[in-house]
Write a protein that binds this ligand. Structure first.
Ligand SMILES: *[C@@H]1O[C@H](CO)[C@@H](O)[C@H](O)[C@H]1NC(C)=O
Ligand SMILES: *[C@@H]1O[C@H](CO)[C@@H](O)[C@H](O)[C@H]1NC(C)=O
Ligand SMILES: *[C@@H]1O[C@H](CO)[C@@H](O)[C@H](O)[C@H]1NC(C)=O
Length: 481
C-alpha cells in the first residue's frame, strides 16, 4: 500500500509540474518571443523577399523655418508598420493576450533616414516601444524632430511661399530588401500617403497651403538595385501681419513724411532739419529691423526693395530741398532769371497748380507798368517852371534846383532799384514755391505708386495662389483648426 501510495504521489507531482508549465501567463510572452530572436535578421520568409513597410508621417508642429540656413525644423510622428513572422503567437496560450509592447532596441527595425537632413540626426533617434500584435504586425510610431534642407525663396519676402520637401527612405537596403508602401500594402506602385495633419498645431508664422507625397524608385550610380524613397512636400505661406505692422507700415510712414518737407515753407528755415531728422530716424529704424530680413544674396526680397526705395526717396528729397532753398534765396545781384525759366515757371506751370489760393505772378505785368510810368522828374520841373530854360535869371536859380532835382532823382532811382531787386527776389521765391508745390504732389504720388508697384503684383498673386490651393487641396487644410 505504501508502495502504491508513493508511486501515486510521484505521478501526481509530475502531472502537476506538467500542467503548471503548460499554463503560461502574460509575463512569459515577452521571454518566449525574444528567446531565439535575432534582430539582425530581416523579417522575411526568404532571403530574396523584400519586407514591405507602411510608412506615414504625421506632421505635429512646424518649429522653425530658417531663411539664412535654408532649413526647416519639424516635429513629426513617424508611423511604420511591418510584419515580423517571428513575433507570432496564439492568444489562447497567453490568457488571451493579443498584443504586447516591446522595446525597439531588441527588434529588427527598418532603417529609414532623412536624405536631405540639414543638421542633427539623419535617422529616428527616439526608440520608443513598438506595439506588436499576435499576427506579427509591429506598429512603431516614434516622435522625431527633422531638420531638413529646404531651398528658401527670399525674393518675395515677406509675402513668400515656400515649397519644402523631405526625402525619406532606407539608406543601405535596396527595394529588393526593403520597400516602403502606403496603407494599402501595395508593393512596387507609386502610391504614397500624404502627411497627416490631424495632429497639426498651427504655427503663428506659417500657414500650410498644401501637402503631398511622391514615391520614387531611384537607381543611384553608386549602388546596385533601385532604392525606394518617399518625398513629402509642404507648401508654406508666410503670415505677413507681424512684418506688415512692424516694418512695412513704419517704412511707408517714413516715405509719406518725406513729402511733408515740400509743404514746409522755405522761409521757416526748418526744411533741412526735417529732412535730416527723417534720414537719421530711417537709418536707426533700419539698424533695428535688419535682423528680421533674411541675409542671403539669392535675390533681393521685396521688403529690401521697398526699404531701398524709401531711402532713395528721403535722400532725393534732401537733395531737392537744397536746390529749392538755393533757388529761394537767389537775387538779382547773383543770378538773372532767363526768359525761358520765367515762361515755364510763371506762365506755363501755374496753370497746373492744384491750389486755388496760390497767387499767380505775371512777369510781364511790370513791363506794361514801366511803359506807363511818368516821365523823368527833371522834365516835370522844367515843364513846371513854364519858362524858357535858357533864360539867365532862371539859369542861376536853376543850378540849385538842378542839384535838388538830381538828389530827388537819385533817391527815386534808388527806391526804384530797390523795388526792382525786391521784385526779382520775389520771382525767385515764387519759382521755389512752385517747385515745392509740384514736388509735394510728385512725391506723394511716388510714395503710393512705389508701394503699389513693389507689392501690388505679389499681393494679387497670393490671392490667386490661395484660391488655387483651396480648389485643389483638401479644404480642411486651410479652414479646419
Ligand atoms: C527567390 O528565390 C527563389 C529560389 O531561389 C525563387 O524561386 C523565387 O522566385 C525568388 N523570389 C523572388 C521574389 O525573387
Ligand atoms: C495587427 O496590427 C496590424 C497593424 O496595426 C493591423 O492591421 C491588424 O489588423 C492587427 N491584427 C489584429 C488581429 O488585431
Ligand atoms: C512642391 O514641390 C513638389 C516636389 O518637388 C512638386 O511636386 C510640387 O508641385 C511643388 N508645389 C508647388 C506649389 O510648387
Amino acid at each position: 500500500m505504501d508502495y502504491f501510495g508513493a508511486i501515486f504521489a510521484i505521478l501526481f507531482a509530475t502531472s502537476c509540474m506538467v500542467t503548471s508549465s503548460l499554463a503560461k501567463d502574460r509575463n512569459d510572452l515577452t521571454f518566449d518571443l525574444m528567446e531565439e530572436y535575432d534582430k539582425k535578421v530581416r523579417p522575411s520568409g526568404s532571403y530574396n523577399k523584400s519586407v514591405p513597410v507602411i510608412f506615414k508621417l504625421y506632421l505635429n508642429q512646424l518649429l522653425d523655418v530658417s531663411e539664412v540656413n535654408q532649413k526647416i525644423e519639424t516635429k513629426m510622428w513617424v508611423l511604420q508598420i511591418w510584419q515580423d513572422p517571428r513575433l507570432v503567437w496564439d492568444p489562447v496560450d497567453y490568457e488571451g493576450l493579443e498584443y504586447v509592447h516591446l522595446p525597439t532596441t531588441e527588434l529588427w527595425l527598418p532603417e529609414v533616414v532623412l536624405y536631405n537632413n540639414a543638421d542633427g540626426d539623419f535617422a529616428i533617434s527616439q526608440f520608443t516601444k513598438a506595439k506588436v500584435n499576435y499576427t506579427g504586425f509591429v506598429e512603431w510610431k516614434p516622435p522625431a524632430i527633422f531638420k531638413s534642407f529646404c531651398e528658401i525663396q527670399v525674393a518675395q519676402f515677406p509675402f513668400d511661399t515656400q515649397n519644402c520637401t523631405m526625402k525619406i527612405g532606407p539608406w543601405s537596403q535596396g527595394m529588393d530588401l526593403l520597400d516602403m508602401v502606403n496603407s494599402d500594402w501595395k508593393v512596387e506602385d507609386h502610391k504614397c500617403d500624404k502627411p497627416d495633419l490631424s495632429l497639426y498645431k498651427q504655427s503663428g508664422e506659417w500657414k500650410i497651403l498644401a501637402v503631398g507625397c511622391y514615391k520614387h524608385y531611384i537607381q543611384y550610380a553608386c549602388c546596385r538595385g533601385p532604392y525606394v524613397d518617399m518625398t513629402y512636400y509642404f507648401v508654406l505661406q508666410r503670415r505677413p501681419l507681424y512684418l506688415l505692422i512692424n516694418i512695412l507700415f513704419p517704412t511707408f510712414l517714413f516715405s509719406v513724411l518725406t513729402c511733408a518737407v515740400f509743404y514746409l515753407p522755405s522761409d521757416a528755415g526748418e526744411k533741412m532739419t526735417l529732412s535730416i531728422s527723417l534720414l537719421l530716424s530711417l537709418i536707426v529704424f533700419l539698424l533695428v529691423i535688419v535682423e528680421a530680413i533674411p541675409s542671403t544674396a539669392k535675390g533681393v526680397p521685396l521688403l529690401c526693395q521697398y526699404i531701398v526705395f524709401t531711402m532713395i526717396l528721403v535722400c532725393l528729397s534732401i537733395m531737392i530741398t537744397v536746390v529749392v532753398i538755393n533757388i529761394h534765396y537767389r537775387g538779382p545781384t547773383t543770378h538773372t532769371m532767363s526768359e525761358r525759366v520765367k515762361k515755364i515757371f510763371m506762365v506755363w506751370l501755374p496753370k497746373f497748380a492744384l491750389s486755388s489760393t496760390m497767387k499767380k505772378l505775371d512777369p510781364y505785368a511790370e513791363k506794361k507798368l514801366k511803359a506807363a510810368k511818368a516821365p523823368k522828374l527833371c522834365n516835370d520841373i522844367t515843364d513846371f517852371s513854364g519858362r524858357d530854360p535858357t533864360e539867365g535869371r532862371h539859369r542861376v536859380m536853376g543850378s540849385d534846383v538842378r542839384q535838388a532835382v538830381d538828389g530827388v532823382n537819385f533817391v527815386a532811382d534808388y527806391f526804384r532799384d530797390q523795388e526792382e531787386s525786391q521784385k526779382r527776389e520775389d520771382e525767385w521765391k515764387y519759382v521755389a514755391m512752385l517747385l515745392d508745390h509740384f514736388l509735394f504732389f510728385i512725391f506723394i504720388a511716388a510714395c503710393f505708386l512705389g508701394t503699389l508697384i513693389i507689392f501690388g503684383r505679389r499681393l494679387m498673386e497670393i490671392g490667386g495662389e490661395e484660391q488655387l490651393f483651396l480648389e485643389n487641396e483638401d479644404k480642411c487644410l486651410l479652414n479646419c483648426k
